[in-house]
Design a protein around this ligand. Structure first.
Ligand code: ATP
Ligand code: MG
Length: 649
């Protein structure tokens, strides 16, 4: 193709095969096994998904696997299922009834262990509380909670009675909470008096008070007492969790739900624009997260699994809660910040609980690198057997650091590509089978048919960049954008005709491996060459002084766009003009003159979403010298933005 959608300049040659010990013990232990499973899944998809769905508990089996009226899918029509039964009740008939479902550590250091039987009792009680407050099947319930066990308990309680939960990340403002409550028309809010973050109390209840001033649908607020500091309780509207729970029955029959019944609404991170209210189903979603937890995390009965995401993001929904508990595994949950009281808190937790599987995000890994190797090196991480990452492309040098410093060159890394919209992981290594390449999320999981295409939907050649699409529906796909089916069609199924458009740029190499190159919206057009952000950023990050980098296009009369790089250095290095020149030369050496940054701007931090993703669209506005920027409701660190804007003037 003469004029590719996105040009690829990165050539990463290193590969890492799983060790023979890991493969020998893994659920899927070879590429032959993976290929056989994959082939079957795409040659006979209905039979494949039906066989897989047998792993779940159904009150009533389905009549048809898939009804597909593009772009609307119905999976397992005629069946009846409940996700809380799958995550709890079915483990109670076995020894697992006394197994830890959730191991929790609070930021101040408290510990709680919730066994499957305990979880059953707490979920049933809270489900009865919900009913007592008039919550019915199909009603929306907003959950604005700290990372405490009562959050998954409330989610499972909603699921038990068929109420639809909408978890709003506890770091969001009253305004953002209000918008989400109104968008979902929630009738109840569940919150806490506060939560702990970096030694401070997050004033959740105060934010709720402010939000519900403007949310006419909310009739009741349930408040869990976490911090016991003073808050206002409004008579008639606000109720203490512990008061309501007292005397609530510990039995609550699970609703028999249509597999298409919505399980939750969740808003995307807002990296590329205003967040979208993604709606997920019950049956198909559960199947997706259940299987991928086995395939990708190789979950075993005796694993202590820890995903560091907040439950306010899809990663927490799918891989702290639903996929992990449906497999009867033990999930660890931590309330607070990774650097409280000092930057080794995560490593301390791994050492203390003998964590075996650790799943985190590139933004966290970049912070660990910035803080220095002495922190992980000071703790015993020998219990780890598998480590993973999700949320952004991981730069190869960051990958290699993760492998060496955390995985001790022993643990396979699963770089998992997926989205709020996809519900479950779609492209990822299988840790016992797939040789990995730093920076690549590797190969599609069974049943998933991704492709890289041009704007007409034609597949592009190997190593050509294009749009990442998924060619066939899959069980855990989003069903719609809440209240806006037109946006669902427009955003995901119309930009490239007939296929699911992910919004990411990617290339596929000659081994069939996928390399995500960044957002399509962020592509930089330099003198007719279209460059993805990931490759230029990776070249910068491969310089030993650079901790993080974000590149954007700045309007340029001659070239269309000039490359503008925002760079944050590791703590032991200072910005200088000489370093600026050195970094430009470094990029030229790594990937070529075409990608040479025209401008480099040093900054302490980059603007990020609350889920930790770099917000290039704001940097683009800054580079262009504009005085206003787009939607900032999901921005984490406003001060960084203000500072960058002031300096630009
Ligand atoms: P919004 O859709 O509101 O702009 P968002 O896309 O950041 O926000 P999420 O659903 O949280 O919202 O993130 C999904 C995106 O994260 C993917 O489209 C992709 O760009 C990025 N991503 C996730 N995992 C990976 C990965 N392993 N490699 C590369 N990119 C990833
Ligand atoms: Mg997105």
């Amino acid at each position: 193709m003469s004029n590719p959608e996105i040009e690829s300049v990165l050539t990463e040659q290193r590969t890492f095969a799983p060790s023979s010990e890991f493969s020998a013990a893994a659920r899927i232990g070879s590429m032959d096994d993976y290929r056989a499973l994959y082939r079957r899944s795409v040659e006979e998809p209905d039979a494949f998904w039906a066989e897989m769905a047998e792993q779940l508990h159904w009150f009533k089996k389905w009549d048809r696997v898939l009804d597909w009226e593009p772009p609307f899918a119905r999976w397992f029509s005629g069946g009846e299922i409940n996700i809380s039964t799958n995550c709890i009740d079915r483990h109670l008939d076995s020894w697992r009834k006394n197994k830890a479902a959730i191991i929790w550590e609070g930021e101040p250091g408290e510990e709680r262990v919730i066994r499957y039987q305990d979880l059953h009792r707490e979920v049933c009680k809270f489900a009865n509380v919900l009913k007592g407050l008039g919550v019915e099947k199909g009603d929306r319930v907003a959950l604005y909670m700290p990372m405490i066990p009562e959050l998954p308990i409330a989610m499972l309680a909603c699921a038990r009675i068929g109420a639809i939960h909408s978890v709003v990340f506890g770091g969001f403002s009253a305004e953002a909470l209000k918008d989400r409550i109104n968008d979902a028309q929630a009738r109840l809010v569940v919150t806490a008096d506060g939560g702990y973050r970096r030694g401070n109390i997050v004033p959740l209840k105060d934010n709720v008070d402010a939000a519900v001033e403007g949310t006419p649908t909310v009739k009741n607020v349930v408040v869990y007492k976490r911090t016991a500091h003073d808050i206002k309780m409004k008579e008639g509207r606000d109720h203490w969790w512990h008061d309501l729970i007292e005397g609530a029955s510990a039995e609550c029959e699970a609703a028999r739900l249509d597999p298409e019944h919505p399980l939750f609404i969740l808003y995307t991170s807002g990296t590329t624009g205003k967040p979208k209210g993604v709606v997920h189903s019950t049956g198909g979603y559960l199947l997706g997260v259940h299987l991928t937890s086995q395939w990708v995390f190789d979950l075993k009965e005796d694993d202590t699994y820890w995903c560091t995401a907040d439950i306010g993001w899809v990663t927490g929904h799918s891989y702290i809660l639903y996929g992990i508990l449906s497999n009867g595994a033990t999930t660890l949950m931590y309330e607070g910040a990774p650097n409280h009281p000092q930057p080794d808190r995560f490593w301390e937790i791994i050492e203390k609980y003998r964590v075996t599987i650790f799943y985190t995000a590139p933004t966290a890994i970049r912070a660990f690198i910035k803080w220095g190797d002495q922190w992980p090196k000071g703790r015993d991480l020998s219990s780890l057997r598998l480590i993973g990452t999700v949320g952004e492309p991981i730069n190869p040098e960051v990958w290699v650091w993760y492998s060496r410093t955390i995985g001790k060159d022993r643990c396979p890394i699963v770089d998992t590509w997926w989205q709020t919209e996809t519900g479950a992981i779609l492209i990822s290594p299988l840790p016992g089978a797939t040789p990995t390449k730093p920076g690549s999320c590797t190969l599609p999981l069974p049943g998933i048919v991704p492709d890289v295409v041009d704007k007409n939907g034609e597949s592009v050649d190997d190593n050509q960049g294009g749009f990442l699409v998924i060619r066939r529906p899959w069980p855990s796909m989003l069903r719609t954008v809440y209240g806006d089916p037109e946006r669902y069609k427009q955003q995901y199924w119309s930009q490239v005709p007939g296929v699911y458009f992910a919004g990411d740029g990617a290339r596929r190499d000659s081994d069939g491996y996928f390399w995500v190159m960044g957002r399509v919206d962020d592509v930089i057009n330099v003198a007719g060459h279209r460059l993805g952000t990931m490759e230029v950023e990776s070249a910068l990050v491969s310089h030993p002084y650079v901790a993080e980098a974000a590149v954007v296009g700045k309007p340029d009369d001659l070239k269309g766009q000039a490359i503008y790089a925002f760079v944050s250095l590791e703590s032991s290095h200072e910005p200088s003009d000489a370093l600026m020149d050195e970094l430009k030369a470094h990029v030229v050496k790594e990937i070529g003159a075409i990608a040479r940054p025209d401008f480099i701007r040093f900054t302490q931090e980059l603007p990020k979403t609350r889920s930790g993703k770099i917000m290039r669209r704001l940097l683009r506005d800054i580079a262009a010298g504009s005085h206003t920027v787009g939607d900032t409701t999901t921005l984490e660190n406003f001060a960084v933005l203000t500072q960058l804007m002031e300096e630009e003037e």
